[in-house]
Write a protein that binds this ligand. Structure first.
Ligand SMILES: Cc1ncc(COP(=O)(O)O)c(C=O)c1O
Length: 452
């Protein structure tokens, strides 16, 4: 069997909340002014109450509203593939499976939460959302969701991606959203960065500052984040729940589960339902893949830090490279973030998840190998998971064992062809950080509260 498909009736009707099963729950998020744990009232200007309650929920499951399921039906359940052609191409004895989230209308896993967020905001009376986007995948997912649900949307798009990916911008326009390059002159946060660094390529941290400021300054507007927060990771768990059933249909169970990590949402979406089994005693290797240019999990300390560059968000306990770290403009725009979700950071700390960091030319080599075998052109972000999966298969062959490997192919790369052109022409550069750069970036968190 190449494609393992589920009928529409098998779309999960509940999201899985990993907080209910974790040996150590994440430490509280702190108010940036007082250093005290934030309460629902602190977050109410930015988020609808239902999402705030999901953020702090310890219930094992949350019911998915019918209106959200109705939109999920446009592309869910997504297919699970057995990558037999890739297995043959790399000559492995292991079995490789991938869950393909690129079949959604915007082309990635991001609408799984965008639709839910748009729904709750509409239900609680907001008429407009503001957000940031890196590669444009999240921005186009929220633009799509807002269009279908009936909300206005403004997207602050990291400048380097705004310039590299004009067609993702077009997609957002087509779905009716306003898009500006970040840092922009439209917010105080953007003007502050531009005054110090007029040529700033932008970063997710800067774009978040702008979008948060936009939402905080208008009553009709809420802020929407595409990753990192507990409720975002919760919404993505439809991926892993479907994959779990599809692996059963294939008569297989993964030894290794793999995803790429920017803020952590697609990784969590696939991995959390499998981590539930791991926490119940099953042996599963869970691997998070990140770029060497932004090695948050592999080289960043676990610390309290701001989610944005300017320091408008609460302090979050997470692996971080420091909130004013601006990653080099690698082609995986969606992985250029200084922090990682607190839920994932805590599970890395507790030894439930391991992480690896890869150079971008190695990642593109694996992406082209995959496209040549399986046909699908992967998003550069997702290609980190492909590279991880090929690495695990090769290590298994060297050790003389056969593994079952499952990875998340979080999106397609149809809007990333300029990056592939650059790679094929030999114009892509590897970017790895030296220790001095990391030490210097971490000065930004000196003096902030320390996790217990
Ligand atoms: C296709 C794709 N995969 C992965 C990511 C990384 O985000 P996250 O770690 O939240 O899944 C992005 C972010 O834009 C993306 O577009």
């Amino acid at each position: 069997m190449t494609k393992i498909l589920l009928p529409e009736s098998e779309i999960p009707t509940r999201w899985y909340n990993i907080a209910s099963d974790m040996p150590n729950r994440p430490q509280p998020v702190l108010h940036p002014g007082t250093g005290e744990p934030v309460g629902p009232d602190d977050l109410a200007p930015l988020f609808p109450m239902e999402l705030i309650l999901q953020e702090v929920s310890t219930d094992p499951e949350v019911a998915i509203p019918d209106e959200v399921l109705d939109i999920y039906r446009l592309w869910r359940p997504t297919p699970l593939y057995r990558a037999e052609r890739l297995e043959r191409a790399i000559g492995t004895k292991s079995r490789i499976f991938y869950k393909y989230e690129g079949v959604s209308p915007p082309g990635s896993h991001k609408p799984n939460t965008a639709v839910a967020q748009a729904h709750y905001n509409k239900a609680e009376g907001r008429s407009r959302l503001s957000t940031e986007t890196g590669a444009g995948q999240w921005g186009s997912a929220l633009a799509f969701a807002c269009k279908l649900v009936g909300l206005e949307c403004k997207v602050y798009m990291v400048k380097v991606s705004y310039e590299q990916k004009p067609f993702r911008r077009s997609l957002m326009h087509l779905w009716g959203s306003e898009v500006v390059a970040s840092p922009s002159g439209e917010t105080e946060a953007g003007r502050k960065v531009l005054a110090e660094h007029p040529d700033s390529p932008g970063s997710l941290g800067i774009a978040i500052s702008e979008a948060v400021e936009d939402a905080a300054s208008r009553d009709d507007t809420a802020y929407s984040l595409g990753s990192v927060l507990n409720h975002v990771l919760l919404h993505q768990t439809v991926i892993g729940q479907e994959a779990f059933k599809q692996m059963e249909l294939a008569g297989a169970f993964p030894d290794t589960v793999i995803g790429c990590v920017g803020g952590g949402s697609n990784f969590a979406g696939l991995a959390f339902p499998f981590l539930r089994e791991k926490m119940a005693g099953k042996e599963i290797d869970v691997l998070a893949c990140e770029p060497a240019a932004c090695p948050t999990l592999t080289r960043g300390p676990f610390a309290y830090d701001f989610g944005d560059t300017v320091g408008l968000t609460p302090l979050v306990p997470m692996h971080t490279l420091g909130h004013d770290f601006v990653p080099a403009p690698i082609h995986s725009g969606g992985l250029r973030y200084h922090g990682v979700a607190p839920l994932i950071s805590q599970l890395v700390l507790d030894g439930m998840i391991r992480a690896e960091a890869y150079l971008q030319r190695d990642v593109f080599t694996s992406a082209v190998e995959f496209a040549g075998a399986e046909g699908i052109v992967p998003a550069p972000e997702s290609a980190h998971a492909i590279h991880g999966a090929i690495g695990v298969a090769r290590q298994a062959d060297e050790a003389g064992v056969e593994k079952t490997i499952l990875f998340n192919l979080s999106g397609h790369g149809h809007f990333d062809m300029a990056a592939y052109d650059n790679f094929i022409a030999g114009n892509l550069e590897d970017v790895a950080l030296d220790e001095a750069e990391i030490e210097s970036a971490l000065k930004a968190i000196e003096g902030l509260p320390q996790p217990a």
